[in-house]
Ligand binder design. Structure first.
Ligand SMILES: [Zn+2]
Length: 145
């Protein structure tokens, strides 16, 4: 079966030359690799299912050993055009997920507003210290993952 690895162009070029390093992530569904990994998506052959199909959370796996490039079926580049986006709706979804996981008292973090990341001065992002990157607080405190 194919599992999928999404990444950026630079990492994709390296994977084409060298294969996947140890501890690479693979997703069971191509859409997840695209959404969480990047728009360069590899289709990679696993002759035995590396996940656990009986586990509803097994959407991705980490493979401890390197995966050689002769297992790559193909690499695709996807275009992701967002034509409309309402971040307030996304935050409502985050709050729903937060309360499902941590109970009805849970709130989105007041620093990162549920994102889990904050902008830094270099123009990148850092993990939010207030919530530890979960985006979620209970009684104003970090939740345990
Ligand atoms: Zn936060």
């Amino acid at each position: 079966m194919f599992w999928y690895h999404g990444t950026d162009r630079q990492a994709a070029e390296q994977i084409c030359r060298e294969g996947f390093r140890s501890h690479s992530f693979f997703a069971r569904n191509m859409q997840d690799a695209l959404e969480f990994g990047g728009r360069y998506v590899f289709y990679v052959l696993f002759e035995e299912d590396p996940g656990d199909p009986g586990d509803p959370d097994d959407w991705q796996v980490v493979i401890p050993e390197p995966v050689p490039k002769d297992r790559i079926y193909k690499l695709t580049r996807h275009l992701r055009f967002t034509l409309y986006e309402d971040r307030a709706v996304l935050r409502r979804q985050w709050l729903v997920a937060c309360r499902l996981e941590h109970g009805p008292q849970a709130e989105l973090c007041d620093v990162c507003r549920g994102d889990g990341d904050v902008d830094n001065r270099q123009g990148g992002t850092d993990t939010c210290r207030r919530c530890g990157g979960t985006g979620c607080l209970v009684d104003g405190r970090k939740v345990l993952q």
